[in-house]
Design a protein. Structure first.
Length: 268
């Protein structure tokens, strides 16, 4: 017998304290409009001459062997196949020396929903897939409560693609070498909404230091794409009372997505 949404919420410890509202919260439409109106000029045009030139560079030189500025240009010109190969062979930072597998990301490459975490853990390093351990099971339950499923209109990725030792936070130099891969994934997916899972993902996408508690409940902007911040599933496993706040964030995300869909469907 399949579990109902209420069963899943009870398992998460969130039922019946929080329920999704049917209509978007007051002020969401205005915030969505503001996020949608943000300039998207930072997104590179795949056919631009600099991108073609960078692509020619990658034909003869592994991207990891290039200086950072050339690597950024080279990665910006890659398609999905080239990007996956580049990540798998990457030796740009010391994290590659201890990895078992790189963790590229997984899901629908045309998804409306993009969930971004910080870095792979031990289970992810062994399997080469994001969010496959206990935190991954919690993420799957969170998605099910939203009536979502990974791989179906959902893509899941991390800021860095290799596991940091002892599951520590990735260092700034490691992020600097790796984040271009995530940016390129976002450019190709073009999701309607990004969910940043935890402080590392939020800080590195927004490029400003802040606590998750101060970023929650707002629509942020990543290069013209609305973004919502909530707690990382691994944090929620250690801090059970904050599951209720995470469910608030997910309800806010669903309301925001509903507003985006209505805005797109509205006649011009």
């Amino acid at each position: 017998m399949s579990a109902t949404r209420e069963d899943i919420l009870q398992e998460l410890g969130l039922w019946p304290q929080w329920r999704r509202r049917d209509a978007p919260a007051a002020g969401v439409s205005a915030l969505v409009s503001a996020a949608e109106s943000a300039p998207a000029a930072a997104l590179p045009v795949a056919g631009a001459e600099p991108a073609r030139a960078a692509a020619r560079v990658t034909m003869t030189t592994p991207s990891a062997a290039l200086p950072l500025d050339q690597r950024i240009a080279a990665v910006a010109a890659m398609d999905w196949s080239q990007l996956k190969d580049s990540v798998a062979a990457c030796t740009a930072c010391p994290l590659h020396t201890a990895r078992d597998k790189t963790v590229f990301g997984a899901g629908d490459e045309n998804a409306d929903w993009l969930f971004v975490g910080d870095a792979p853990g031990a289970d992810e390093d062994l399997n080469g897939e994001p969010f496959v351990g206990q935190a991954g099971r919690l993420l799957d339950n969170m998605l099910a409560a939203m009536k979502l499923r990974r791989g179906q209109n959902v893509y899941v990725a991390n800021v860095v693609k290799c596991r940091p030792p002892d599951n520590r936070k990735p260092e700034a130099a490691e992020v600097a070498q790796c984040e271009r891969y995530l940016h390129r994934q976002i450019e190709m997916i073009r999701p309607r909404l990004i969910i940043a899972l935890g402080q590392v993902a939020a800080v590195n996408l927004l490029k400003r230091e802040a606590a998750v508690s101060s970023l929650r409940g707002k629509i942020h902007d990543y290069r013209g794409i609305p973004m919502i911040v909530t707690y990382h599933p691994a944090y929620l496993l250690r801090t059970l009372p904050d599951k209720a706040q995470a469910w608030q964030d997910l309800c806010f995300a669903m309301e925001t997505m509903q507003g985006l869909q209505l805005a797109q469907a509205a006649p011009i």
